[in-house]
Design a protein around this ligand. Sequence first.
Ligand SMILES: [Zn+2]
Length: 197
Amino acid sequence: MRCLTCQSISFLIICKSCQEKFLTPKIKKRFLAKDFFVYSFYAFSEIESLLNSKYQKYGDEVYKILAKNSFKPFSQTYLETYKNEKYFTALGIDDYPMHGFSQSAILAKSLQNKYFKAKYGLLRAKTRVKYAGKSLEFRKANPRNFICKVNNIKNKSNIVLVDDIVTSGTTLLEAKQSLEKNSCKISFALSLADVRR
Ligand SMILES: [Zn+2]
């Protein structure tokens, strides 16, 4: 196959040298509320064309490579970097497989190690209107109405929310509130890309 980015012949859908060149993440923290923040790995504009692959058949391969370069090393170095010895439950935001796969499930899965346990299908949206390009008013007028099936989660006190893109943060905040109503505590959120950085 050919590398999506440089078009050279490659075993991977994004070749090794393009991964090194374009997918070395820079972690940034943005507060969405006083007690709630999201870490992102890339600016949306840096990887926009790769994120659009979620509408393509090969989208899962692209997302797995993105996750391998960002979420995975984050979970591996989390202990040393943040001096934190907590155990986390990672929940993908609305991880329903819309295009044959779920991008938030792929991201949550890549966190898996001794400290991060991914759970699937527990945070699904009842309303799936497209937010892309819509105003904050529109987003607020059309909430996701999350269904939380978290009764059987053992570790409810250190939840990490996982999504691919953060814009206004409305979705993450709504997910957080819905989970809190179900006696969960949210530690922070992780997003591949932030539109505002
Ligand atoms: Zn390449």
